[in-house]
Design a protein around this ligand. Structure first.
Ligand SMILES: [Ca+2]
Length: 92
């Protein structure tokens, strides 16, 4: 689990290349490169743009680390819901 947390942080930092936030291009690169299996629609740049708009709390057109955490939290939450449902349905 420590490794997973490190990965989440390092991926953000290396994609942001020393900046505090990801711009649209970097965000798309991160999502498409790292989250293509867990998320649908990552191949569509308009969907990624929409997603970015939803995350961009302070409306500066960039995704800060905190805003990126919202995405990670959302993904973790939906993954845990899927697992819970699968277990309830008999572990399929
Ligand atoms: Ca922002």
């Amino acid at each position: 689990m420590e490794g997973a947390i490190k990965t989440v942080v390092m991926q953000f930092l290396s994609t942001a290349r020393g900046k505090e936030s990801l711009n649209g291009k970097s965000f798309q690169k991160l999502v498409q490169g790292q989250l293509g299996n867990i998320m649908s629609d990552t191949d569509s740049s308009s969907s990624v743009k929409e997603m970015m708009k939803g995350l961009d709390d302070n409306k500066d057109g960039k995704v800060s680390f905190q805003e990126y955490m919202t995405l990670i939290g959302y993904l973790a939450n939906s993954l845990s819901e899927q697992k819970t449902q699968t277990n309830a349905a008999g572990g399929q």
